[in-house]
Design a protein around this ligand. Structure first.
Ligand code: ZN
Length: 442
């Protein structure tokens, strides 16, 4: 083995040992005297005990209402707050780091920052599938990873360098996770190939007609895949996607196209909506919200990337996009549309040198935007980042709330998040699948 590769393997091994969690097996873990915010939107409950057995929550009850199980490890959480593990419902992992070894500290930083699961919304599934296999079996200190296979009209693959990079080495538009779809495509076969990449869902991205969106969505559901779409799959409109039965739709500001006189021919104009003249409460947008409620479509709002883009590259987005995206999200929330928390980022904030491994994951900032600009209470923002994000990922039965039978994915906070949503960043420790991870790396 050449020395350089040997040294890289040793470095990887050391990194994974550093990140190795305490095992989930062993005696029951009792978290006592905790204040619990369970992720369902219910008020905080003080003086509660969580009984954790292995990878699951076995019970939640008022302190001292049940005898301490024999041999239990007891952790006193008086003055601490417990929320479900946070889920970033819109991440793009691949491309964020220069090489494979960099993903280990990256994923570990997200986990110790309170993120116990992520939904990857398109990238190179060869790498994502490998990381997901390691993360979801707890071989890596990482949030669990669920991901998509992308479909779009053929011109997308020649126009968009990201698709070319994410399928390098494969014929353009023919990789199972990056497929070009035309009216003559064998849709059942294309969906089966996408499913073979290990994805939980299809991501519909660009240049698809309403009739193709309907066909693909029906076939994906028949084969047990979810459909997580961009709002701007022009010529299909957001309303066409919702009518087709997609499970989630991404990017609040792009809902502007539902009320535009016509949608652009080219998806690359998607951020240049007429935010100055189209009102967030235009009748067609309100009708879209009604349809979303009927279908149970989740809005993946992703406010943070637009705020960043407007600040740093204002020419790339329509004037007024930020206040418009806040207003439409506030309205959707008030009308009862389910909204998840996604950051459309690597999961971590970035500076000129790349992701910041010592910063809090971006999901905390997205939650703060919901509270500070979109009329969410802190309890509702926590629900969005836990219960609703778990539902967006197709994982509602397993995670997203604190309840008996659910996975033991939770975050213990040292300050009250119902007083200040930014207290979700004050982390004492994180449990994922019953294993403990501490912010100092332990
Ligand atoms: Zn995205």
């Amino acid at each position: 083995m050449p020395t350089r590769i040997f040294m890289q393997c040793i470095a990887l091994l050391l990194l994974s040992m550093l990140a190795a969690p305490l095992p989930a097996a062993g005696p029951p873990l009792l978290l006592i005297h905790a204040t619990i915010i369970d992720g369902t939107g219910a008020p905080a409950q003080a003086n509660m005990t969580l009984d954790i057995r292995g990878e699951r929550i076995a019970g939640i009850y008022p302190d001292r209402s049940s005898p301490v199980p024999k041999g239990a490890r007891v952790e006193n959480l008086r003055g601490r707050y417990v929320i479900p593990g946070l889920i970033d419902a819109h991440v793009h992992l691949t491309g964020a780091e220069p090489d494979f070894a960099h993903y280990l500290p990256h994923l570990h930083a997200m986990l110790r920052g309170g993120v116990t699961a992520i939904r990857d919304m398109a990238g190179d599934d060869r790498l994502i599938a490998y990381l997901a296999g390691q993360a979801n079996s707890d071989a890596l200190a990482s949030p669990d990873i669920f991901y998509v296979a992308l479909m779009a009209g053929p011109t997308f693959f020649t126009e968009d360098v990201r698709a070319q990079e994410a399928s390098a080495g494969e014929p353009l538009g023919k990789a199972p996770w990056m497929q070009a779809i035309t009216p003559t495509t064998d849709i059942p076969l294309a969906v089966a190939e996408a499913k073979g990449s290990g994805a939980t869902a299809l991501k519909l991205y660009a240049n698809l007609s309403a009739s193709l969106v309907a066909k693909i969505t029906a076939e994906a559901h028949r084969q047990g895949l979810r459909v997580w779409t961009h709002a701007t799959i022009f010529p299909a409109t957001p309303g066409d996607a919702v009518a087709a039965g997609v499970d989630t739709i991404s990017h609040s500001p792009y809902l502007v196209w539902e009320a535009a006189p016509k949608v652009p021919d080219d998806y690359r104009g998607r951020a240049l909506g007429d935010f100055a003249h189209i009102r967030p409460d235009a009748p067609r947008i309100l009708a879209l919200f009604e349809a979303m409620k009927q279908h149970g479509t989740i809005l993946d709002a992703t406010l943070l990337p637009f705020a960043d883009e407007a600040r740093h590259h204002s020419k790339n987005v329509g004037a007024g996009i930020v206040p418009w995206s806040y207003a439409v999200t506030k309205l959707a929330h008030r009308q009862g549309v389910l909204i998840d928390v996604g950051t459309d980022s690597s999961g971590l904030p970035a500076d000129a040198h790349g992701p910041e491994l010592h910063a809090l994951p971006s999901v905390h900032a997205e939650m703060a935007l919901l509270v500070e600009h979109c009329g969410f209470t802190p309890i509702e923002a926590i629900q969005a980042a836990t219960q609703v994000s778990a539902a967006a990922m197709g994982q509602a039965a397993q995670r997203g709330t604190l309840a008996p039978g659910k996975r033991a994915d939770l975050v213990v906070l040292t300050a009250d998040p119902t007083r200040d949503i930014r207290n979700t960043g004050k982390i004492m420790f994180v449990l994922k699948n019953g294993r403990t991870y501490r912010p100092d790396g332990g």
